[in-house]
Design a protein around this ligand. Structure first.
Ligand code: IPE
Ligand code: IPE
Ligand code: MG
Length: 247
């Protein structure tokens, strides 16, 4: 099936996932297959980001969450970490205006205090430049770890309870979710992980409770809108029961 045929099929199927999350994995292996250094794979992965952003808009997806850099990734060799930080700046510098024109609202989620000052400034700039957009929300998870996010929310609740602003009984799921980076976003309907790895790697542990999982063998730099649509079509053929029985 061509990409255009796939797109019209998923549109006809209706019920496009509102929120798609992607663990973008396999850049290093993609580079190694070409006897190139790992940052070459990361750079090539930027094209795939552009592809899935455009694909998400065309398919009518409301929220696209991309896991770009984990808290654990800070432990990679310094050369790789700085290459990734420069790529983040470059991505924003190159794409901000186009994202703005396409109606994309960009949000960066994670421990942004650890970013280098120029990267942090670029992040601030693109978030305020696109804050008013509503065609697609693009959540970029940078320096993000889900356990840390959950602890941060818990600390904020503990502080409010200690100060008498909240009682223990008022600590509901809604109250908790307000304190996550993803506050206001629906939970992901579909999680895609590329490169065949079958794990969550500390990504959105709370939010993924009932998300459908799709593991793609494709390495991230080779992923594009065609692969995105294949995942969406697979999702549309599933029955989500949320613990209940079929109708
Ligand atoms: C994903 O690709 C990008 C980041 C985690 C930053 P990897 O760099 O993890 O690539 P592999 O898994 O080593 O192939
Ligand atoms: C997960 O990929 C993090 C991102 C894609 C940003 P990793 O390559 O870091 O995860 P592990 O180490 O294989 O679990
Ligand atoms: Mg990896």
């Amino acid at each position: 099936m061509t990409t255009a045929e796939l797109l019209s099929r998923i549109r006809l199927n209706g019920a496009v996932p509102r929120h798609v999350a992607i663990i973008m994995d396999g850049n290093g292996r993609w580079a190694r297959e070409r006897l190139m250094p790992r940052p070459f794979g990361h750079r090539s992965g930027m094209k795939a980001v552009r592809e899935v952003v455009e694909g998400a808009i065309e398919a009518g997806i409301e929220v696209l969450s991309l896991f770009a850099f984990s808290q654990e990734n800070w432990q990679r060799p310094m050369t790789e970490v700085s290459a990734l930080m420069s790529l983040l700046e470059e991505y924003i510098a190159r794409e901000a205006d186009e994202l703005e024109e396409k109606g994309v609202r960009v949000r960066m989620l994670g421990d942004l205090e650890r970013l280098t000052p120029p990267a942090a400034a670029a992040v601030d700039r693109v978030m305020s430049q696109t804050a008013h957009n509503d065609k697609l929300t693009l959540n970029l998870f940078i320096s993000y770890g889900s356990r840390a996010e959950i602890l941060r929310a818990t600390q904020s609740i503990a502080a409010d309870v200690a100060a008498g602003r909240l009682t223990a009984a008022e600590v509901t799921e809604e109250e908790f979710e307000k304190r996550l980076f993803t506050a206001g976003c629906p939970d992901p309907d579909l999680l895609i992980r590329t490169s065949g790895e079958q794990r969550i790697s500390n990504f959105m542990l709370w939010q993924l409770a009932y998300t459908e999982l799709f593991i793609s063998p494709v390495l991230w730099p080779d992923f594009g809108r065609h692969q995105l649509y294949e995942a969406v079509a697979d999702y549309q053929a599933r029955e989500r029961r949320f613990g209940r029985v079929s109708a």
